[in-house]
Write a protein that binds this ligand. Structure first.
Ligand code: GLY
Length: 322
């Protein structure tokens, strides 16, 4: 048994006054790798591959998640994150991102415009300021002062999608499309330390100034290096209302498996939010012992797991059966 596993059994078992329960993942316990692991939301295999190369070169979990999600921020074909993201209803691409390390430090930016890598700005906020979050013009000014370049992030494809939307200008997110928004990534490095990152352009055609869950620590992302980490994707407002990622980590602290904790967070959304059939919410979690799991409200959520160079795409279980 790895020392990491022993440590977790001791700390979690102590917290609930029980020996550690067997880990069950819809029938099949996930094999906990006795080494590093990278998870990310949806189907961004390239992000995991970049992250895994960083793991192999011995980088910290914090570097790993930043490197991983940056590949998606830079990809104009991904219309839900960074450059190429769908704009708000006034045609502005506005970005949200957060990052959290093994020491419990965190940084975030929200409503940031014209900067391709909000995750790097979030990290800079964490590492060089006394603050956690910078917003809007202040975040942009901070980025420019720190050597980030201003650039137009609205691609012709995203502009055309916006013009098309304007014909009716109805705000009705399409489950798993306009909500298929965020990359959240969790990593455990060779030392067994955890970090997480989350970055998005948010809901397509949102109100100008709208900020979702992704830059809010505890909502879109939470990491506790003694217990585990969680990230969220889907309708940000629904995730904020239940402090989703914090909830998942606290449930794992009480002894739930990653999948059980994600499921319980989805059930909380269902219980508290009447309109839940009209939006998607998904959680992905990694425990300190290397076990992991995800759960979604609707069908269609998947996540990518790396414990070696070739990543595996996993389908998540979901709450609503139709
Ligand atoms: N989950 C991302 C957002 O709602 O903005």
């Amino acid at each position: 048994m790895s020392s990491r596993r022993k440590f977790l059994e001791k700390s979690l078992g102590g917290a609930i006054g029980l020996t550690f329960a067997p880990l069950l993942m819809h029938g099949v316990p996930p094999a906990a790798p006795d080494g590093p692991i990278v998870l990310s939301t949806w189907n961004n295999k390239k992000a995991n591959q970049a992250a895994w190369s960083a793991v192999e070169s011995g980088k910290s979990a914090l570097d790993v998640v930043e490197i991983g999600v940056k590949t998606v921020e830079a990809d104009p074909k991904d219309m839900s994150v960074g450059y190429g993201g769908r704009p708000d209803r006034d045609g502005n691409v506005t970005l949200d991102a957060s990052i959290m390390n093994a020491e419990g430090d965190c940084g975030s930016v929200c409503f940031l415009q014209d900067i391709k890598h909000p995750i790097a700005v979030a990290r800079k906020v964490m590492e060089t300021t006394p603050h956690v979050m910078l917003a809007g013009e202040g975040a942009q000014q901070f980025a420019l002062e720190n050597g980030f370049e201003a650039e137009n992030l609205l691609t012709p494809e995203a502009e055309s999608a916006w013009k098309n939307w304007q014909k009716e200008a109805k705000y009705k997110p399409i489950i798993n499309i306009e909500n298929h928004d965020t990359i959240g990534m969790l990593a455990m490095d060779k030392n067994g330390d955890l970090s997480g990152a989350c970055t998005t352009s948010g809901l397509a055609f949102k109100m100008h100034g709208r900020v979702g869950d992704s830059p809010i620590i505890g909502a879109g992302l939470f990491v506790d290096n003694e217990v585990g980490g969680a990230v969220a994707t889907g309708m940000g407002e629904a995730i904020v209302k239940v402090c989703g990622s914090f909830l998942v980590v606290e449930l794992m602290r009480q002894g739930r498996t990653a999948e059980e904790a994600c499921k319980a967070a989805v059930e909380r959304v269902v219980k508290k939010q009447k309109g839940h059939k009209d939006f998607q919410v998904c959680f992905l979690a990694l425990r300190k012992d290397g076990t992991y799991g995800g759960y979604a409200l609707h069908k269609g959520f998947m996540y990518v797991v790396s414990t070696q160079a070739v990543p595996t795409v996993m389908d998540s279980l979901h709450y609503l059966k139709s």
